[in-house]
Write a protein that binds this ligand. Sequence first.
Ligand code: ADP
Ligand code: MG
Length: 454
Amino acid sequence: MENINKILDDIKLELSQHISAAEYMLWIDGLVPVNCTEDEIVVMAPSDNARASLEKNYIFTFLDAALKAGYKFRNVIFITEKEAEFFTKDVTEIMDTLKKKEEKKPNPFIARYTFENFVVGDSNKLAFVTAKTVAENPGNFNNFINLNPLFIYGGVGLGKTHLLHSIGNYIIENNPSLNVVYTPTERLTNEYFASLSKYSTDKDAYRNFREKYADADVLMLDDVQFLQKKGGLQDVIFHIFNDLYNKGKQIILSSDRPPKEINDIEDRLRSRFEGGIMTDIWTPGLDTRISIIMKKLEGNETKLSEDIIYYLAEKINTNIRELEGALTKVLMYCRLNGKTPTLELAKEALREKEEKESEGIDSNKIIAAVSEYFRIPENDIIGKKKNKEIVEARMIAIYLVYDLLNMPLINIGQVFGGRDHTTIIYSRDKILNQLGTNGKADKAIKDIKGMLDV
Ligand code: ADP
Ligand code: MG
């Protein structure tokens, strides 16, 4: 019970890696821990609506994430504040511990994202070695190579965040006096704009924001491809960056593409990003995928035979997040059926997923739903018209196709009248960046997902 805050935090972090940012902000972010026993956890949802949606759509996802974070709950109960008294003596007590915990500045890094747990192969060796070197000697200049800033890039689910957290965990362990600050770019953006909007009544808000980053000994900014050119944000980052750099502080950045391919950043910031060392991660080969599965199974009660491991590694060749997802699916499937895993069962577990995907939604259904919601003809949604309403609906449609279907960007471009994949990225990121800040778009996405029954 005393660890329940940490448990829910771990589960939230895990969930944030596996569901869309929109879903996370809508349903997960506001959850508060209430109580837990060995095999059941009770959490409080911020409203009746949220509770209903969580119960309907997220129980399995939540338990799945809990399992990945190392907690084997058999059940999760979502309650609202009214019901909390049945589950615990005092809600305010929980709130107090939550607050205290924040004051204590807990290790913000995911415990299992360590160098030890990172499987090294050809696809990520260079990134791994560089990250480790930086963790051992942050901010220092090597005689030959300048490792500041360290810029790690590579596609989604290939281990960038894992490496950043590994650096954080390593430094907290070996160099605890250093102030390591990690933030996803979206969070930094939200904090910045929130502090600006409070500026007239609360001058400290902006100062606190700036200090948090300017006081870092090591600053890690995850997913910088989401930086937007607006509201002076890049200006502030540029100055924080320069100050830190001049003081010999270490800066570490991650992105899904190299700096020269990030459209939305100012040139001076781009040249800062490129000024140290850049290292990329690519999709792992079969051997590495097999090693990854074996690593993930270490310490797991359930053992998988070689043929199952090989089957999984060969079948899932997109990224490591997918690979982990498939592995969990197989483990859960066997556990829920109370059976020892066999190749047959593994195939069954994944086949079930495939069927669901192909029977379920596709891009036509998404476009039809968007069309119905906005009352705009489907042809206009995929067409070239530039009226504001149509463009907005089109961007939401593009975002939903990206979010709900596992479709390469180039193919999404084809669905939307042969658009270039950079246009697709632009629309997707535009919506991603508005999530949680644009009530109209949030509502549209939620309602359309409801229409699609997802
Ligand atoms: P990214 O930030 O690049 O999208 P993540 O760091 O979130 O990817 O990685 C996705 C999942 O894959 C995480 O659970 C992570 O632990 C796991 N993972 C990625 N690379 C490795 C690796 N080399 N060894 C072990 N696990 C890995
Ligand atoms: Mg990441």
